[in-house]
Design a protein around this ligand. Sequence first.
Ligand SMILES: CC(C)(COP(=O)(O)OP(=O)(O)OC[C@H]1O[C@@H](n2cnc3c(N)ncnc32)[C@H](O)[C@@H]1OP(=O)(O)O)[C@@H](O)C(=O)NCCC(=O)NCCS
Length: 149
Amino acid sequence: MATEQQIKIRRADEQDLAAVLAIEQVSFNTAWTHDFFKHELYNPISNFYVVEKNHQILGYVIFWLIADEMHIANLAIHPQFRQVGLGSKLLNFVLDMGRQKQIKTITLEVNEKNLPARALYEKMQFRVVGRRVKYYENRDDALLLMRYL
Ligand SMILES: CC(C)(COP(=O)(O)OP(=O)(O)OC[C@H]1O[C@@H](n2cnc3c(N)ncnc32)[C@H](O)[C@@H]1OP(=O)(O)O)[C@@H](O)C(=O)NCCC(=O)NCCS
């Protein structure tokens, strides 16, 4: 496990996109494309961060800020670095950013069948507030999760 000192969370830039895309493609059945990620780098409501160790990208998060609401649009950790606390670390970073920006609510969608992610969000005090039927391309349902800050 990487030590705390070696792990850094910073804003993403175009040089990170290949590594981000590689993680995305092994993490989701329907992966975001390169253009989608690139758009997020310049989308004014978007915040795109990577977590890295010794210049290796280990994961990323993208969240949108709209007035006093935050929506987490994407989050993933490289498969080889899962279950060592990085997802929680990235999410805690996002919560801290939300507090700094006086965000009141955070929402996100998660595939109903994605038990690791659901466990992570449950642990971080997100609660199910809705269901989006056949939300994903393969017609799986999404659960809408929310937490107050
Ligand atoms: C979901 C994901 C981000 C979790 O990242 P991670 O770095 O492994 O998470 P952490 O190590 O911080 O784990 C935090 C908690 O999540 C839960 N969790 C993580 N992986 C789990 C698994 N495979 N099975 C069950 N619970 C799991 C546990 O509650 C864990 O707490 P614990 O360590 O006290 O048991 C990661 O599995 C991932 O990238 N998945 C693919 C992409 C994805 O699903 N993103 C979310 C889309 S909404």
